[in-house]
Design a protein around this ligand. Structure first.
Ligand code: C5P
Length: 280
């Protein structure tokens, strides 16, 4: 039997995302609390004589299957290459601010590393795939700084649930960066380590996503998503993730999140809505 490995590619959520500066090469300096949800894509990899990628799942149509796919680009980071037949089950919307491609790439690296017994590529090579890839390889609550390369584990997170809502518009990350009015915003403040859930959410409410207003200017429907989420009973906070268009509503329990998902989905047929627990 050929050896097979499976890896989960969880949705990435930027609970806050501060743009604090810009490097000479044009890349932006970020300060973000990044968490992961118990919904996501899945990678299955089987050792084979050549490299191949098959994509299935509800969002399969939204990603390329050719060499541009981040999963195949990730596989090329191993030297010598590891040939495998890879299946990507795509459940998350692509180019949506929830790390789809980066999380898929990270899961592919984990699966190939398990199959081959080889170490994961180093941080510089991961960053070359995308700014979110080092965070997605860590796949635990963390503070992300620099342009995405500086990762610090986040010590404690209260139990939280989210509803992820994507209005099915594609937002270009460089276009959002380009439209920013300020690039020198203050960094995150750091909450007390033993903050209870209310204190944590109050703290989070005064942090920001500095890309949100630029993304809303490009795609005003994002404002409608944020309004729909914040009007839902039990929603403690509504904010955009990454450069959009996916937004999250934060909830204190699974039932409220599931009810909110059902309510928003029933009123907005074309939107992608998904409730999930935040992984600790
Ligand atoms: O690395 P990723 O594919 O997510 O980035 C997409 C684009 O967003 C980059 O090519 C760059 O133009 C911009 N970007 C940036 N600063 C970052 C990350 C991305 O300006 N820290």
């Amino acid at each position: 039997m050929p050896k097979t490995a499976e890896a989960f590619a969880p949705a990435k959520i930027n609970l806050c995302l501060h743009v604090t500066g810009r490097r000479e090469d044009g890349y932006h300096l970020l300060d973000s609390l990044v968490v992961f949800a118990d919904v996501g894509d899945r990678i299955t990899a089987t050792l084979a004589d050549s490299m191949s990628l098959r994509v299935d799942g509800p969002m399969a149509g939204s990603v390329p299957v050719g060499p541009d796919n981040l999963v195949l680009r990730a596989a090329t980071l191993f030297e010598p290459p590891i040939d495998a037949a890879i299946t990507l089950t795509k459940n998350l919307p692509a180019a949506a601010g929830v790390g789809g491609g980066s999380s898929d790439a990270a899961a592919c690296l984990r699966a190939l590393s398990e199959l081959s017994g080889r170490a994961l590529p180093g941080p510089d090579r991961l960053l070359g795939l995308g700014a979110d890839v080092p965070a997605c390889v860590a796949a635990e609550p963390l503070r992300m700084q620099g342009i995405g390369e500086k990762i610090t584990p986040w010590p404690s997170l209260p139990p939280l649930w989210v509803v992820l809502v994507n209005p099915r518009v594609l937002v270009s990350t460089p276009a959002v960066f380009k439209r920013l009015e300020r690039r020198d915003n203050p960094p995150m403040q750091i909450p007390a380590e033993d903050a209870g859930i209310d204190t944590f959410v109050q703290w989070l409410a005064v942090q920001r996503n500095d890309m949100q207003s630029a993304a809303c200017q490009i795609e005003p429907v994002i404002t409608d998503v944020l309004t729909a989420l914040s009007k839902t009973p039990g929603c403690a906070l509504a904010r955009m993730s990454g450069s959009g268009a996916t937004c999250f509503g934060l909830f204190y329990d699974a039932k409220s999140a599931e009810q909110a998902q059902a309510t928003i989905a029933s009123k907005n047929g074309g939107w992608w809505c998904q409730s999930a627990a935040i992984l600790k």
